[in-house]
Design a protein around this ligand. Sequence first.
Ligand code: AMP
Length: 280
Amino acid sequence: MAHVVSTSTELRELIDPSRTVAFVPTMGALHQGHLALVKKAKQLADQVVVSIFVNPLQFGQGEDFDSYPRSLDKDAGLLDPEVIVFAPSVEAVYPEGKDATPVVSAGAVGELFEGKSRPGHFDGMLTVVSRLFTLVQPDVAVFGQKDAQQVFLVRKLVEDKKLPIELVVVPTVREENGLALSSRNVYLNAEERNAAVCIPQAIAVLRQEIAKTNTARALEAARRVIESQPLVRLDYLELVDPTTFLPVESNYVGAATVIVAAKVGTTRLIDTENLEIVHA
Ligand code: AMP
C-alpha cells in the first residue's frame, strides 16, 4: 500500500531533495499500463511520485468528468509502500477552483486530432502537468506512448520552458486481444469490448499495407476496418510525422506515428503505434 498525501506541504515533507525523483502523472483507476510506467519510474530514480488527479480543466462540456472512475484506495493498494501517491483536491492544484482558466496554451497542434474533438483539452492538460511539475519538481517524468499527442505537447512544453526534466515514454500495454488498456475501458459492455478490438486491428492492417502500397491506400484500408464495425464510429485515423505531429505528405518516407480515435458506444477510445514508411 503506497503512502497517500493530498497537500503539497505533505508532499514536500516526504520527498528527500538530496535524492532523485521520477514522476508519473495519472488520473487514477490504475491498470497495468499505469503500473508499467511506475515500474519504469522505479528504475530511473530513487523516489517515485504518482499523482492521481482527475483534472477538471481537461474535460469539456458533456464529457465524463463526473463519472470518470475514481478508486483511490484500490489504486494505493496496487502500489508498493515506497511509492508516494499525491492525490490533491481541486483547490490544492487550482486555488481558483474547478473553473480555473488554463494558463498554458497548446498552440496549433493542440487544436488538431484530439484537440479538434475536445476543444481546450490540451490547454487543460498542459496546465495541470505544468502545475504538477512545479509541485513535485521531478528529475524524470514518465508518460505512456498511448497518448502520443500528449507526449508530443508535453515534450514541447519541457523544451520551450527549458524545464530540467527528462521525459521518458513507455510503450502501450495491451490486453491479449490487442485492445490498449485504458481507465475508460470499464465503460464498455462485453459486446463493445469485442467490437473495440477493431482499433488495434486497423493499426495492424495499416502496418501490413504500408509495406505494400502507398500511404493513402494503406490509410483507406485501415479506416475501413473500423468503419465496417457497426458499434464503432471512427473519429480519425491518421499517420503523422513524429517531429511535427502533422499528417505525413503522400511522398513521406521514414518514421511515422499512427494515431486513432473512435467512439465505441458512448466511450471514446484512442490508440497509437509507431511504424516506418518504407516507400512513398
Ligand atoms: P491517464 O490516467 O489515462 O491520464 O494516464 C496516465 C498515464 O498513463 C499517461 O501517461 C498515459 O499515456 C499512460 N497510460 C494510459 N494507458 C496506458 C497503456 N495502456 N499503456 C501505457 N501507458 C498508458
